[in-house]
Design a protein around this ligand. Structure first.
Ligand code: APR
Length: 246
């Protein structure tokens, strides 16, 4: 494993020869857009809480209004920012390689806003609501106070995956299939601490894919990757696109 910020020639060759690239992103890919990551000290109104204390079904049951307002705040933060060069580079990469599968842990919708198609939203989407009782998806409600499900009257909840909840089956199946099939796996802007997303790189490695971590702060898992590019995704990813551009 080599820690570099320049793109090693062998990695350039692997990128140029890649048949199927699988990209996993985390909160770090949106950091340059101004969206706080999870494990940075929280800013503003919610500095008093740990995300884990807010992002659970139990927390919602205990105080649905508080949780609803937290997710309204997060929606407002995200709605007020733009995708950054890292998001746009991933969208461009999809047109430069035979096949690209994008799996994101982010719920901020920024990949879609940057033009990525068929994004696998592993942890759901902030801009979708779901009925807390039946799980049915509803268009995001902009109410400040917690709205009721138009069908059964139960609380609506944010359409994201909370701690202790299962990953949507289709997202999990498609992500594992892509990780097992790809020949180049990019892990971008994630601390690789939360499973099952953090296990996708292992799956790719077990299937002989070349694995790459892109993170300005090499993670505790960096040793397990073939390459660790210690840089910001908004800088490194456009470099990869440049290498493939005619
Ligand atoms: N470019 C690339 N990576 C960056 C950048 C950047 N500009 N800025 C920060 N990072 C890295 C940090 O070094 C850190 O390793 O992004 C990572 C963000 O890690 P986390 O905050 O732990 O976010 P993530 O890995 O996405 O969390 C996984 O945990 O809280 C849950 O459901 C939530 O999806 C989330 C999951």
């Amino acid at each position: 494993m080599s820690i570099a910020c320049d793109i090693p020639d062998a990695l350039t060759a692997a990128l140029r020869d890649a048949r199927h690239v699988c990209v996993l992103t985390g909160a770090g890919v949106s950091a340059e857009s101004g969206v706080p990551t999870f494990r940075e000290a929280q800013e503003g109104l919610w500095a008093r809480y740990r995300a884990e204390d807010l992002a659970t079904p139990e927390a919602f049951l205990a105080d649905p209004g508080l949780i609803w307002r937290w997710y309204r705040w997060r929606r407002d933060v995200v709605a007020g920012v733009e995708p950054n060069p890292g998001h746009y580079a991933i969208a461009a990469l999809a047109d430069l390689v035979p096949r690209l599968t994008l799996v994101t842990q982010n719920v901020d919708n920024l990949h879609r806003r940057a033009g990525s198609r068929d994004v696998i939203e592993f942890h759901g989407n902030l801009f979708e609501d779901r009925c807390f009782a039946e799980g049915t998806v509803h268009v995001a409600d902009e109410a400040d106070e917690i709205p009721a499900c138009p069908v059964c009257g139960a609380h609506l909840r944010p359409g994201v995956v909370w701690f202790g909840e299962a990953i949507p089956e289709r997202a999990l199946d498609e992500s594992c299939a892509a990780a097992a099939d790809c020949d180049l796996f990019l892990s971008v802007g994630t601390s690789s601490l939360v499973y099952p997303a953090a296990g996708l790189a292992d799956l790719a490695q077990r299937n002989d894919a070349v694995t790459v971590e892109i993170n300005p702060n090499p993670t505790m898992q960096a040793e397990r990757f073939d390459y660790a590019l210690a840089g910001n995704s908004g800088t490194v990813l456009p470099e990869l696109v440049k290498l493939l551009s005619p």
